[in-house]
Design a protein around this ligand. Sequence first.
Ligand code: ADP
Length: 166
Amino acid sequence: MSTALYPGTFDPITFGHIDIAVRASQIFSRVIAVVAQNPGKNPLFSVKERLDMVRESLKDVPRIEVISYGGLIVNCVREHKATVIIRGLRALTDFEYEFQMAYTNRKLFDAAETVFLMPSARYTYLNSTMVKQIARFGGDIGNFVPEYVREQLLGRFASDSSDSAV
Ligand code: ADP
């Protein structure tokens, strides 16, 4: 049984993230989506809110669990006896950062193999930051995130007009 971790900030989860989760679930017998606490990224949503949105969005994906984690991802890999770290690779712009992270994780724990999956082409230029920008200014995000996430974003920007997050 091979366990793969799928870590991310998921602030918030988008159809691109979901696409990768579905692909991973078709390859590995167990996939754990890991909501990284990532305070350094100053997320718009709390860990609890992000967990809630990821759980809701992935509830129909088989063989997938959702957890949060505050430490190094390689420690999470060890704790769950996983062997694979899944990352999504969109365009060349992702490459440098992902390359660095994969090599760093390998240095920290070389039993963990990073596996990159490509989303459907229509999600290549989709990212959480863009979705937040569009939502903030009242644009239509229905093509980018599930309905539940759309409601959370609309609620956030309706009640919180401060510009602190993204
Ligand atoms: P992180 O802060 O760890 O990069 P993100 O939530 O931004 O967290 O991304 C988590 C993973 O999901 C990354 O591997 C990222 O490349 C991937 N990802 C994000 N958006 C998409 C998308 N539209 N298509 C495919 N993969 C994506």
